[in-house]
Design a protein around this ligand. Sequence first.
Ligand code: AP5
Length: 212
Amino acid sequence: MRVVLIGPPGAGKGTQAKLLQERFAVPHISTGDMLREAGRAETSVGAEVRRYLESGQLVPDQTIIRAVEERLRHVDCGGGFVLDGFPRTVAQAEALAGFLGNGHALDGALYIRVPRAELVRRLAGRRVCERCGTMFHLVFDPPATPGVCSRCGGTLVQRADDSEVTVQRRLDVYDRETGPVIEWYRQAGQLREADGMGTRDQVFGRVAELVQ
Ligand code: AP5
């Protein structure tokens, strides 16, 4: 199974990708997670990555294309993968198609649709464990104890790019840069669409059916 998940910030790509990983035993590759990891380094490269993430701008295509190609060469991707957050530009989609070209083409691109007002609600309430990365939502999926990770006891924090101003910028960047990617996959006959409204499990029912 070789699938990419596309959707605006807060659509639930990460949430659904984790569920697909569990159900279909394929790695979940999140370029956002890869970049946040790179941004933790106390080096000039780490600082540069942090600047992109915190401003809500995309990192340059060549940087992320190289990182994804390298990741897809790992042995754990032999049986497939779920790509979350990539491609985000038409240049990235073209590079991925070229890279996967040799008999390993993508099975499809799954677009999760969610209205903008709901995206803002989801991102404003998102909290992430700084120790194990488990995700919560203050209203839709609250931890048992406020501020404390129900899985490992770590502290829950808000992502730096979930501030109100940066969320609006990320949504604008998405419309401008990633909207054309949806059309690109539609033209290629590879696009499938899922309604992203409803509970996490309701959405997963639709997503899993399309993947199957
Ligand atoms: P990235 O980490 O990929 O962020 P994003 O695309 O903006 O997506 P999010 O992680 O915010 O949302 P999501 O759709 O995964 O939703 P989630 O499941 O978390 O990228 C971050 C940054 O990295 C980018 O801005 C850019 O700078 C850079 N970057 C990454 N990839 C790049 C690339 N390819 N090229 C260049 N730059 C790149 O859910 C959100 C919240 O909603 C959670 O709290 C969750 O619990 C809740 N929720 C989920 N599902 C539901 C539901 N059904 N009902 C109610 N609540 C729900």
